[in-house]
Ligand binder design. Structure first.
Ligand SMILES: [Zn+2]
Ligand SMILES: [Zn+2]
Length: 86
């Protein structure tokens, strides 16, 4: 079993904006944030549908981060933590 440290509020990692290096705030999971999941794929340009093995996809939780400094939304793939006790 694996879980996303951001969804579970276990991570204290500060994510920096790739544009201005400002601190970004988590706006939630992409799935919750966008009504249409495909919209996110177009926005970000990342090709989740190919290049990633199926199990790799499941270990990542895409989140929307908002940078208040340059008012930009960025999508980051958060690597989920493995539950060692599983
Ligand atoms: Zn998550
Ligand atoms: Zn920024």
């Amino acid at each position: 079993m694996s879980m996303c440290p951001i969804c579970n509020q276990l991570s204290v990692t500060q994510y920096r904006c790739p544009s201005c290096l400002g601190k970004m705030e988590d706006s939630g999971r992409v799935m919750d944030y966008y009504d249409d999941y495909s919209a996110y794929l177009e926005i970000d340009g990342m090709k989740l549908e190919d290049g990633y093995p199926e199990d790799e996809k499941e270990k990542q939780c895409p989140h929307v981060f908002y940078c208040s400094q340059c008012t930009t939304e960025n999508v980051l793939l958060i690597h989920e933590w493995r539950n060692e006790c599983n």
